[in-house]
Ligand binder design. Structure first.
Ligand SMILES: C[S@@+](CC[C@H](N)C(=O)[O-])C[C@H]1O[C@@H](n2cnc3c(N)ncnc32)[C@H](O)[C@@H]1O
Length: 257
């Protein structure tokens, strides 16, 4: 495992710039949004978040054994667990999320469909599971809000050797021609979505944060390099518009014979 000096410096910068928002405002934002989270996302992303996350869920499903044990980190309202259980009700799904409000809404959706999702409210940087516990771990639309090296090392620890890590997020687009108009659009759309759904003052304070955090985040190829630095192998990447949304599927290697 070897993470380059450049990644360590960038993580220091991300923590300096956004650490206070992660600790104080982000929990408030996710207190505010659970019931309108899907509609808000649909409006802000013109429907593309839901389309992309369905593609991502299918890609995870194709890589799972039939009775897999799966962990969804930063599970929110359980978008990925519900999609995976719709594709295969045999899998056992555990989730963690820092927000009791998002988790409660996810649990409500699961029980509405008569499904069991084992949810815990906790910090994604310290996973309450033994080493080598899961066949797959997913993490969608949240790593921008995390100390990513700490979080990825925890995910590596709880995955079984040979298990898959499926990561999906809004990354920094590789093309400046896309990044500049996209971030301008995001500032307007997050502001108007927050206004439309009557968000709290705390959420309104985060309007610029959502674009700024992407500007300082990783491009798809950098995410591949970071995953490799953590120790993941067989890394695949699929991106929409050079990283506006991008998923990576990688594997924890089997021990050398
Ligand atoms: C944008 S939502 C994504 C939810 C879900 N993965 C999805 O795709 O719909 C981000 C989630 O990350 C959670 N989160 C942010 N920081 C966290 C942390 N440090 N530990 C655990 N959860 C965190 C929030 O509570 C929120 O539910």
């Amino acid at each position: 495992m070897s993470i380059s000096e450049d990644f360590l410096k960038r993580e220091d910068l991300r923590s300096q710039l956004f650490g206070d928002v992660w600790r104080t405002l982000i929990p408030e934002v996710f207190r505010d949004v659970p019931t309108y989270y899907d509609k808000g996302n649909a409006v802000a992303s013109l429907g593309s978040c839901s389309w992309w996350s369905t593609r991502f869920a299918r890609a995870i499903h194709q890589r799972l054994p039939s009775e897999a044990k799966v962990l969804d980190v930063c599970s929110g309202t359980h978008d990925i667990p519900l999609k995976l259980l719709a594709l295969n009700p045999q899998i056992e799904i555990h989730t963690v999320d820092g927000s009791p409000y998002m988790t409660q809404e996810g649990q409500r959706r699961a029980s509405e469909r008569n499904l069991t999702i084992h949810a815990q409210v906790c910090d994604a940087h310290v996973l309450p599971f033994a080493d080598n516990s899961f066949d797959a771990v997913s993490l969608q639309f949240a790593s921008r809000h995390l100390e990513i090296i700490r979080a990825f090392k925890e995910i590596f620890r709880v995955l079984k050797p040979g298990g898959v890590f499926c990561h999906n997020d809004m990354l920094r687009p590789a093309s400046r021609l896309i990044e500049i108009p996209y971030l301008a659009y995001l500032r307007c759309s997050v502001w108007s979505t927050a206004k439309l759904f009557g968000s709290s003052n705390e959420s309104m304070k985060c309007v610029d944060y959502f674009a700024d955090v992407i500007h300082h985040f990783y491009k798809p190829q950098e995410m591949t390099d970071l995953l490799r630095g953590i120790g993941f192998a067989d890394i695949e990447n699929h991106s929409f518009m050079t990283g506006v949304m991008s998923y990576h599927i990688s594997r924890k290697p089997l021990p050398q014979a």
